[in-house]
Design a protein around this ligand. Structure first.
Ligand code: SAH
Ligand code: SF4
Ligand code: F3S
Length: 434
């Protein structure tokens, strides 16, 4: 029996894919090179925006055709599975099983039942030990950089967001478990860890998130620690202090702002005003210049006026984010924002998105140009150079680096090397080995 997992969505989902892969491998199933060679295809889905859902249904349509031609088991997991549950079988009757996001360890049972011929097998229960998934089972794609769960779920209630529905309430992994996993990874060669949660900085697994970062940084072999994602209201002075002083914590902060208008932030129920967000960035103090800042924006939120959008552009310029991700508001089933009047034409929303992204490109270019001539550590992410002769790496600030080293020279995969930045474009930095 060969399996293939297709994953959409965020790092949490990506890491769930590694956990599910481990469960199937433990059952003796083999990883197939593609879905065409698999007897079991598992769609690990995302439902953050309608577009993500479309991709899943289009892949399900393709698999329906494939199932007409050969024996094939199709399972659906991830956020769309948790959101739609049994309704998925109605929409796509060729699905064999549905596995919720809080029931990962039930996968082998579901597969066994589906293989035995049982129809419409489903488990979307909330298992209290889901966030305690045994690390020894996880099958990682890559060891040099490893994803590590610290919390699952979200206790915030942003009015546009499906995540509290699909991932449930917050559950925190005890810090001793987290440290034990990272120690094991470091011993196996991991140099960089990314601590994961819908809201990592609300961490409450026996110590604060800032303390957890300090403890992880003491583990020998770990060179960089990243974390995804933080909520501004849980970003405190203690965390800012660790971020600016601990050399093992990568100098990068992703802190989603969503809008520069207090009125819209209130409608989104983000729990902060623009002034409060800026005050929290101020916690970084003089260290702020060293930290690359990134954020998320939603444009075209119901009722967003020209003035609201102008306010967003003003904050964008004022903070001069090094990078940002921006999206057009997408109505999600069962969310409170559905009740808000949304009469803004899609063309206006699209224009706003384009305007915001154009401004960001200019800011990112300026941010990248500040690196010209600097010598910085970067982590090598390839085992051999691209056909164009350069190697892909990332800096601590999460800048994409194209590293030229000259023909015949081998770089140490997964390790930090010192690079001099020689070229800045909006999308990457060109560099040479020091
Ligand atoms: N937990 C993270 C966000 C996860 S979703 C946090 O709170 O920061 C990632 C991003 O997707 C969000 O920051 C938001 O900008 C965007 N997003 C979430 N729901 C959305 C929706 N309904 N429509 C458009 N964008 C959305
Ligand atoms: Fe969604 Fe808000 Fe929770 Fe982030 S903090 S996952 S945007 S509800
Ligand atoms: Fe998508 Fe679920 Fe992540 S909705 S962004 S996969 S938490």
């Amino acid at each position: 029996m060969k399996y293939h997992i297709e994953t959409w969505g965020c790092q949490m989902n990506d890491h769930d894919g590694e956990k599910l892969s481990g469960l199937l491998s433990a059952e003796g199933y083999e990883l197939a090179a593609s879905s065409a060679e698999a007897d079991l295809v598992l769609l690990n889905t995302c439902s953050i925006r309608e577009k993500a859902v479309h991709k899943v249904y289009s892949e399900l349509g393709r698999l329906r055709q494939e199932k007409l031609r050969r024996p094939l088991l199709v399972g659906v997991t991830g956020c769309l599975a948790q959101q739609e549950q049994a309704a998925l079988f109605k929409r796509a009757p060729h699905i064999d099983f549905v596995l919720g996001t809080m029931a990962l360890q039930q996968l082998p049972r579901l597969v066994a039942e589906a293989r035995a011929g049982k129809a419409r097998v489903m488990d979307t229960g909330e298992y209290p030990d889901n966030h305690l998934f045994p690390p020894a089972v996880t099958r990682r794609r890559e060891l040099a950089k490893a994803l590590v769960t610290i919390t699952e779920g979200c206790d915030h209630a942003c009015t546009y967001c499906i995540v509290p529905t699909t991932r449930g309430p917050e559950r925190h992994r005890p810090f001793a478990d987290v440290l034990a996993e990272v120690r094991g990874l470091a011993a196996a060669g991991t140099r960089e860890v990314e601590l994961l949660g819908q809201n990592v900085n609300s961490y409450a697994g026996g110590c604060s998130f800032a303390e957890l970062l300090e403890r992880v940084s003491e583990i020998e072999g770990i060179e960089w620690i990243r974390f995804t994602t933080s909520h501004p209201m849980n970003f405190n002075r203690e965390l800012a202090q660790v971020l600016v002083t601990n050399p093992k914590v990568a100098p990068f902060l992703h802190l989603p702002l969503q809008s520069g208008s207090d009125r819209v932030l209130r409608l989104m129920r983000r729990e902060y005003t623009v002034a409060e967000y800026l005050e929290r960035l101020g916690y970084l103090g003089a260290g702020r210049g060293r930290i690359a800042l990134s954020t998320d924006f939603i444009v075209g939120f119901p009722g967003e006026t020209d003035a609201d959008f102008e306010a967003t552009l003003r904050v964008l310029d004022e903070v001069a984010f090094d990078g940002s991700f921006s999206f057009i508001y997408s109505p999600r089933p069962g969310t409170p924002a559905l009740r808000l009047r949304d009469d803004l034409p899609m063309t206006v929303k699209a224009e706003r998105l384009a305007a915001l992204q154009q401004r960001q490109t200019a800011l990112t270019r300026a941010s990248n140009e500040r690196f010209l001539g600097r010598e910085i550590p970067v982590r090598v992410e390839m085992r051999e150079p691209t056909e164009h002769g350069w190697w892909l790496a990332h800096s601590g600030e999460w800048k994409t680096i194209h590293l030229a080293v000259g023909p015949g020279r081998q770089l140490p995969f997964g390790e930090l090397v010192q690079a001099r930045i020689t070229l800045a474009s909006p999308h990457f930095l060109g560099a040479e080995l020091v």
